[in-house]
Write a protein that binds this ligand. Structure first.
Ligand SMILES: *Cc1c(COP(=O)(O)O)cnc(C)c1O
Length: 409
């Protein structure tokens, strides 16, 4: 990264003048924290006592036998507090907020997972918390709204535009500009203006550091390949950092192929044909946009992958061909989930299952001396309605009754 926050030609910080001072403070606090071994120790302590770190690396013996190729290992980020790798980011930023002496945090959320994670952190650290969420998303994700409010957060419905994630991000920035002295914006992924991509990736690097040691202990040598799903890119950056400097380890990012790349209903920024370079939401990356720079509608069965932009660090690693990108369709994701649940008794989140799809395609092509690691970014409990619907499970009807209304995704 250069001094202006660019990774190759991607990233940067395109921010309004009024935020400059806050960004300077954030950058210097982050730099100090990064150079202070006590800070990382504090982070490890909280992650091992409040979340569930180190998370295990599970050998998927039955899946390995089924595919008859590489040994398949699963890094279990689903076992974190609130069920996903998002805990790593919010707790890290929470410690930084305390260091900066700020008293209030805000965040955007789409499916509600980042909102819930931020609300837990704010409750734990005694911070005031406001979450911006599109009105449409609030209806779809009622249980998450309930928990955020119960943990003391204020959830603000965003009624602009499509009333979903990108509108919530714009509203959160608006709040930040108004309350810049008291408030920190807990950005949810490795995107946005510098230093967020680097900072979020740094907190998430705990995944890769653990996985690198665990695979050596369990398999005796580094893995041949590592797979991770890519929404904004934070869980992928997290695990990839454990292996980036070893060129013998192939890194594979899997994007949402949705209904198929050719249909246009997907969220493939780095392996599709519909994205182009652009500057929006404070940074430069490959965005799904039309020729006028208007953002396109994205689609994925996994809400966490349904985003128009992608980490500038991954855009750079894609260009340098250090990370290979693939996509998985909604249908393939359901098949991979079905197999993983039956064979291993593990329920990956719909997002995570994208990584499983590509790993399952490639495992048979490798030999038993090779290991591959799939980063299971989260647990699938949250996806029960979507999964029941996709499998056409009879319980689907009962779920609708239990929820009292049609579930619309
Ligand atoms: C939010 C989320 C993602 C996508 O975010 P990244 O920043 O790309 O990691 C992936 N998996 C799960 C389970 C999530 O909750």
């Amino acid at each position: 990264m250069n001094k202006d926050g660019f990774f190759g030609k991607w990233g940067g910080a395109f921010i309004p003048e009024i935020l400059h001072e806050t960004f300077e403070q954030l950058k210097s606090s982050f730099k100090e924290a990064k150079e202070d071994p006590d800070f990382w120790q504090q982070y490890l302590d909280i992650m091992s006592t409040y979340s569930c770190r180190p998370t295990p690396l599970t050998f998927a013996e039955n899946l390995t036998r089924h595919f008859g190729g590489a040994k398949i290992y699963i890094k279990r980020e689903d076992l974190n507090h609130t069920g996903a790798h998002k805990a790593n980011n919010v707790m890290g930023q929470g410690l930084l907020v305390k260091r900066m002496g700020k008293k209030r945090v805000i965040a955007e959320t789409g499916a509600g997972q980042h909102g819930v994670a931020t609300a837990t952190m704010a409750a734990k650290f005694g911070l005031e918390c406001t979450i911006y969420m599109g009105e449409v998303d609030m209806l779809r994700q009622r249980p998450n709204v309930f928990w955020m409010e119960k943990m003391g957060a204020t959830v603000v419905p965003v009624k602009d535009g499509s009333k979903t994630l990108k509108d919530a991000i714009n509203e959160a920035f608006r709040d930040w500009v108004t309350n810049v002295d008291s408030t920190h914006y807990v950005l949810g992924t490795a995107c946005g203006p510098a230093p967020f991509p680097e900072m979020v990736s740094w907190f998430q690097s705990i995944i890769g550091t653990e996985a690198q040691q665990q695979i050596l202990a369990q398999h005796g040598k580094p893995p041949a390949r590592v797979y991770a799903c890519v929404g904004g890119g934070s869980n992928a950056m997290g695990i990839f950092q454990g292996f980036l400097d070893n060129n013998a380890v192939e890194l594979v990012g899997v994007e949402a192929g949705g209904k198929g790349i050719a249909t246009g209903h997907h969220a493939a920024r780095l392996c599709g044909v519909d994205a182009s370079p652009g500057v929006a939401q404070g940074y430069k990356t490959m965005f799904l946009q039309n020729d006028d720079g208007q953002m396109l509608e994205t689609h994925s069965v996994a809400a966490g992958l349904d985003y128009v932009g992608v980490s500038p660090i991954l855009a750079d690693l894609a260009e340098k061909k250090r990370v290979r990108f693939a996509s998985a369709t909604d249908d393939e994701v359901m098949q991979a989930l079905d197999l993983t649940m039956r064979m291993e008794g593990i329920i990956p989140a719909l997002e995570s299952a994208h990584g499983f799809v590509q790993a399952f395609k490639e495992a048979p092509l490798l030999g038993p001396d090779d290991a591959i690691i799939i980063n299971q970014s989260g647990r699938g409990d949250k996806d029960i309605f979507t999964i029941a619907h996709a499998f056409n499970d009879p319980s689907w009807k009962e779920f609708i009754i239990a929820r009292g209304k049609e579930y619309d995704k």
